[in-house]
Design a protein around this ligand. Structure first.
Ligand code: 13P
Length: 288
């Protein structure tokens, strides 16, 4: 099975009150691990790349070929969408052209008028090729240069304006941030989430910064219309932790422990275990 648009899987999740996990990939092993976890738990899944990660892996076309080839060689039968995460206007257009089945156009840093104009153009282009589209209103905070900004709260009227353009799923800030959450994080703002839900009526929402949010909060967000949850940092943390332990235990110095296939194994096993846990926690396991 080749990659599919995310429209249907996210719509089904919205109607069935669960969320599709959207895992960011960084390389071949990461992609294999995500596919393995999705297949073993029978979870419909989004594999997503930032523009930087795609560049690191050799470009968008290479990512399209890698994901399609792995689906084939690994015998993957669950629905898999390949999604561009936080795409620029040009990046989204390029991904639509080379075969991504889903794109995010992140115009949240433009004025709302410009965000609307650009989102409209990407939506028309994507839909003409059967590609699903996510747009964003209100930035998602995060850690830059060691300083963690608070998550922004999107304006419900602006969310409605972008949702009405025909976007397939909408990312809106509700106090969530990318990266590790600080000790004093206030949590998701459910009041704002409800206001946005009311404003955009019947449109699935996306929760960015899904790593490290307590499951009671993700479950409540799902009950209020969140149908796609983005995870990047959490897989990076478990990979780094398992790999550090491998070196700390001196395993690379035993026999052929320096072979990259051995070095990467504990980290990969940790990614698969964490991804499976999240598929279950978001209620998406068994929904393929
Ligand atoms: P985390 O790295 O916090 O999981 O966020 C991922 C994300 O939202 C990608 O867009």
């Amino acid at each position: 099975m080749a990659i599919v648009s995310a429209t249907e899987m996210v719509k089904k999740a919205f109607e069935g009150h669960y969320a599709i996990p959207a895992f960011n990939t960084n390389n071949l092993e990461w992609t294999q691990c995500i596919l393995k976890a999705a297949q073993e738990t029978q979870t419909p899944v989004l594999i997503q790349t930032s523009e930087g990660a795609a560049k690191y892996m050799g470009g968008y076309k290479m990512v399209v070929d890698m994901v399609n080839d792995l689906i084939d060689s690994m015998g993957i039968t669950v629905p898999v969408a390949l999604h561009l995460d936080h795409g620029t206007f040009e990046g989204a257009k390029k991904c639509i052209e080379v075969g991504y089945s889903s794109v995010m156009f992140d115009g949240s840093h433009y004025s709302i008028e410009e965000n609307i104009e650009k989102s409209k153009e990407i939506i028309a282009l994507a839909h003409s090729k059967g590609v699903s589209v996510e747009c964003e209103v209100g930035g998602i905070g995060g850690t830059e240069d060691g300083v963690t900004s608070n998550g922004e709260l999107a304006d419900p009227a602006e969310c409605k304006a972008v949702a009405d353009l025909g976007v397939d799923f909408l990312a809106a800030g509700i106090g969530n941030i990318h990266g590790k959450y600080p000790e004093n994080w206030a949590g998701l703002n459910f009041e704002r989430l409800e206001e946005i839900k009311e404003a955009i009526g019947g449109k699935p929402m996306v929760l960015h910064g899904g790593s490290g949010i307590p499951f009671e909060q993700t479950s409540k967000a799902v009950s209020l219309g969140v149908s796609k949850i983005n995870i990047n940092t959490e897989l990076q943390l478990v990979f780094a932790d398992a790999t550090r332990k491998y070196f700390e235990a001196g395993k690379d110095l035993e026999g052929k422990g320096y072979d990259p296939r051995k070095v990467l194994k504990p980290g990969c096993e940790a990614i698969v275990a964490k991804a499976k846990e999240l598929c279950e926690a978001f209620g998406a396991a068994g929904k393929a």
